[in-house]
Design a protein around this ligand. Structure first.
Ligand SMILES: [Fe+2]
Length: 189
């Protein structure tokens, strides 16, 4: 698989997870309660893979290569980079908010639910910008040689949740994530 396909498939996978998180956020706003440990495990996954592998590689390879050949997407690139930069801080805030839910702090559920919904929506909007503006431009503007460098850079990504050699426990996590969301998105609810 080349870099373009890898990026798209990583987006699809993250989209699925964010979609579940948003649904969970909506349900929490309605007073539904979830397994906090499982929510923590999902946040751990986002921190461990999309935040640490996917986004930095986009910055380092895709965005840099694109900047070398074209300035038309500069504004979008700068915005996407800011969003990548904010990601780790958002994860910290989510964890802190979840810890408050766990302690039973009054109002913590609502706050965490709101953060979950906005984190998920931001992530989905972010990927939409990459898919609709950046990837088509890169497909058009980057040379075969540049793509080769990117193919190599992205090939060693090992998504702990979705790759073929994903560990058994992470596969278990994925079925638990899917089971969290009400039908038709998951089997729960
Ligand atoms: Fe991306």
């Amino acid at each position: 698989m080349g870099a373009l396909q890898i990026i798209k498939s990583e987006h699809r996978n993250l989209y699925r997870v964010l979609h579940v998180l948003r649904t969970v956020g909506y349900a929490m706003r309605d007073g539904q309660r979830f397994d906090n440990q499982l929510l923590g495990a999902i946040i751990d996954y986002i921190d461990a893979f999309p935040e640490r592998f996917h986004h930095p590689k986009e910055n380092e390879y895709l965005f840099k290569a694109l900047r070398r050949v074209s300035s038309v997407a500069e504004e979008t690139l700068a915005q996407l980079e800011r969003e990548h930069q904010d990601g780790p801080g958002e994860i910290v805030r989510l964890r802190t908010a979840l810890a408050e839910v766990d302690k039973g702090t009054p109002g913590a559920d609502k706050l965490f639910a709101d953060m979950l919904v906005s984190y998920a929506e931001m992530g989905m909007g972010h990927m939409h910008k990459e898919e609709s503006i950046i990837l088509p431009l890169a497909a058009k503007e980057l040379s075969a040689e540049e793509w080769k460098t990117m193919d190599e850079a992205f090939a060693d990504n090992r998504d702990p949740l979705f790759s073929e050699d994903a560990r058994e426990e992470m596969r278990g996590l994925y079925s638990r994530i899917v089971a969290l969301a009400p039908a038709p998105w998951g089997v729960g609810g």
